[in-house]
Design a protein around this ligand. Structure first.
Ligand SMILES: *Cc1c(COP(=O)(O)O)cnc(C)c1O
Length: 438
């Protein structure tokens, strides 16, 4: 399989190059030259298959002969060593819980797969890859734990001091080994500015091979299609539901784009609901065909506070820039903080289920879609992107309840923090990176 840039002026590359580079030289995002298709017979054979077998079947089509099958199998088993539960809330409404990985958020799927592919390709090239990330929380922790112990890779992550939650800070600073945390005495924008400068600093590139691990990387996107295929096939097998609606809480739109890939591959998926918070540039585009990104607004569902989503270019590319064809597959619905809080309360009362804010946005959007289109009977599934414990403050403010801390977290809270404190100045980052090789 060959990968093109959405900007169409870079030369096509292999998956190895697309993975190690991240962004194409022309500033575009890599996309597969064609989306692989599964025939109805192939899909039928996957009904009842395990998550990892479905993951393998899909990964094979994107990877081709670049990784031998037995090694790919090992990689997938090592990557997805946790469950992907599907919970029935009420008849015809389901939650896919994507928060059972090591950092309790769906970003584990993308980060763990990307880490293993990066390690594999780096070893082939005989290189040590340094992954540099600025994080305001969730991405950094998934990357830290995703790359932990992966040979031929190391991670340097920058986070703003005092601006991440205590749980997030533990996740960012305790992976150890090949993962280095830099606590920056500044804000997230400082961290991002310093990382950007490192990528264009020629003196660093003499001795380091730098790459980023954000959601523009195609190898972070591919594994996110696995759980759409899994859910669609499980709903058919266990509940006889065909072609369900998927409601996807969206920020950078990587998750939704992966869903579109799964549908195009031929998996039985009906329609998508792009659920956003007040940062609604894409939901407005789907309605009007006009894209006018606005400054980011802070909301309760913080991981979706994105004014100008990075994966939107890819989504548009898959629909040939035609918003009417996008709107046939995707409906955009924006949900306010007030509605989000009301939803957290009503879901808890009706089903005794505790939902964190991002998942609640998806639930509310599904309800709104069903009532405005009269599609009350259509089976629907919402993607739950984080465990409630990750957004404890927001939930405890809204519900008068306490949340049980999952057992794998208790060990985490006891680990010793290891981070290097630096000032928000580029030369401090450069000095740290140069010292790594000594
Ligand atoms: C990152 C994130 C999202 C948004 O996912 P995108 O792929 O950026 O649209 C939603 N919920 C949570 C909890 C996240 O961490």
């Amino acid at each position: 399989m060959i990968y093109f840039s959405t900007n169409k002026s870079s030369i096509p590359v292999s998956l190895k190059k697309a993975t190690l580079e991240g962004l194409a030289p022309d500033g575009g995002l890599y996309v597969p030259s064609e989306i692989p298709r599964f025939s109805p017979e192939e899909i039928a054979l996957l009904e009842g298959a395990s998550f990892n077998n479905i993951a393998f079947a899909i990964a094979r089509k994107f990877i081709g002969s670049d990784i031998p099958p037995d090694q790919l199998t090992d990689m997938i088993d090592n990557c997805f060593n946790f469950d992907t539960p599907i919970v029935e809330l009420e008849s015809n409404t389901f939650v896919e819980e994507l928060f059972c990985g090591p950092t309790l958020a769906f970003k584990d799927y993308g980060a763990r797969f990307l880490a293993r592919l990066t390690g594999y390709f780096a070893a082939e090239e005989g290189k040590l890859i340094t992954v540099l990330v600025a994080t305001s929380g969730d991405t950094g922790s998934a990357v830290a734990y995703g790359f932990q112990g992966i040979a031929n890779t190391r991670v340097v992550l920058l986070y703003p001091s005092g601006k991440v939650s205590p749980l997030q800070e533990q996740q960012l600073t305790t992976a150890g080994g090949n993962v280095f945390a830099l606590e920056v005495k500044g804000d997230f924008d400082d961290c991002q500015r310093m990382v950007k400068q490192a990528f264009v600093d020629p003196s660093l590139h003499k001795c380091l091979t730098l790459t980023s691990a954000n959601s523009i990387n195609i190898s972070r996107l591919i594994p996110q299609s696995f759980y759409y295929a899994w859910a669609a096939l499980q709903l058919k097998e266990r509940y006889g539901c065909n072609e369900p609606l998927f409601s996807v809480p969206s920020g950078n739109y990587g998750n939704l784009t992966a869903g579109v890939l799964a549908k195009r591959m031929g998996f039985p998926i009906g329609h998508f609901i792009a659920a956003s918070n007040a940062n609604d540039s894409v939901t407005r585009y789907i309605e009007s065909g006009r894209y006018d990104p606005r400054p980011t607004i802070t909301t309760l569902s913080t991981a979706m506070d994105v004014g100008n989503p990075s994966n939107f270019a890819r989504l548009r590319y898959f629909y040939h820039n035609d918003y009417t064809s996008m709107a046939r597959d995707i409906s955009g619905i924006a949900v306010s903080d007030e509605e989000t809080r009301a939803t957290i309360r009503s879901v808890n009362e009706r089903f005794g289920y505790v939902m964190e804010p991002h998942t609640a946005v998806a639930f509310r959007a599904l309800e709104m879609y069903r009532s405005t289109t009269g599609n009350e009977e259509k089976p629907g599934i919402l993607l739950s992107t984080a465990h409630p414990v990750k957004f404890l403050e927001a939930i405890e403010e809204t519900l008068e309840t306490t949340i049980e801390i999952p057992s794998n977290l208790q060990g985490l809270m006891e680990k010793k923090k290891s981070a290097t404190l630096i000032r928000p100045e580029y030369n401090e980052l450069a000095a740290f990176l140069n010292r790594l090789d000594q």
